[in-house]
Design a protein around this ligand. Structure first.
Ligand SMILES: Nc1ncnc2c1ncn2[C@@H]1O[C@H](COP(=O)(O)OP(=O)(O)OP(=O)(O)O)[C@@H](O)[C@H]1O
Ligand SMILES: [Mg+2]
Length: 224
């Protein structure tokens, strides 16, 4: 099995006045292609910190992140952005939609940046699966929290990244939609041999996951 994304001896400290918050203690982690991995743990335990370091949105204090076996965390912001565009999709707690673009323009933007063709069929399929079809001409500030979340999920899946990071992707969804989203993530992960790493508080979603890790006080461990 191919390792898609790895953490080697990563720690993350935050300085708060004179205090050091050890948000992540020394952490080793690997996600292989085709794996849907859940991260659980109490509020403030380090889940978002873990996810954003893995995705290169924050730098580790020590240690490193590898993407497809190559050094990633040490790259410049520009280099990371380029790799992220091709390889990573994010569904974050703060929605990552661009305020001045409609829902469908968010997708087309990717094609413009990469000079690639708009994949209408795939876009429609995602819109339909996530119930976004009627919302495609709306701007993010015209959407409810759940609608924004669903649009962000479409955006993360649209460009077929090989790693997907999802922070509470089902938080603002009703049960039916939550199941649909996690099943879709599971299906895409298997079919396209992606690695998906999902932070969740929702125990019902864990049955679809291949592995469940728990973070407590910045310490990551595999839950059996
Ligand atoms: N930028 C920052 N500066 C200082 N402290 C931070 C920063 N980001 C996170 N922390 C601290 O690091 C710890 C881990 O935060 P993190 O956001 O990773 O938690 P979490 O597990 O995602 O929590 P939640 O379930 O509430 O989203 C917390 O104690 C938090 O206060
Ligand atoms: Mg969080």
């Amino acid at each position: 099995m191919k390792a898609v994304i790895e953490m080697k001896n990563v720690t993350k400290d935050f300085l708060q006045g004179d205090n050091v918050i050890k948000a992540l203690k020394e952490t080793n982690f690997v996600a292989y292609e085709g794996e849907l991995i859940a991260i659980v743990g109490p509020s403030g335990s380090g889940k978002s910190t873990f996810l954003t370091i893995l995705g290169g949105l924050q730098k580790p204090t020590t240690g490193k992140v590898l993407l497809n076996g190559q050094p990633f965390s040490e790259l410049t912001t520009n280099e990371k952005s380029k790799l992220r565009l091709d390889n990573m999709g994010f569904i974050l707690q703060a929605s990552n939609l661009i305020p001045f673009l409609t829902v469908s323009e968010q997708m087309v933007l990717y094609n413009k940046i990469t000079k690639s063709k708009v994949n209408k069929a795939w876009m429609s399929e995602l819109f339909e699966k996530l119930g976004v079809e009627k919302l495609k001409h709306k701007y993010p500030n015209e959407l409810s929290g759940g609608e924004r979340q669903r649009s962000a999920i479409v955006k993360a899946l649209y460009h077929n990244p090989n790693v997907i990071f999802a922070d509470e992707p089902t938080a603002s969804l009703d049960t039916t939609r939550a199941y649909e989203v996690v099943k879709l993530l599971a299906r895409e992960t298997k079919a396209q041999k992606k690695a998906t790493i999902m932070v969740t508080h929702d125990e019902r979603m864990l049955e679809f996951c291949d592995k469940v890790y728990v973070i407590v006080d910045g310490v990551l461990s595999l839950r059996n």
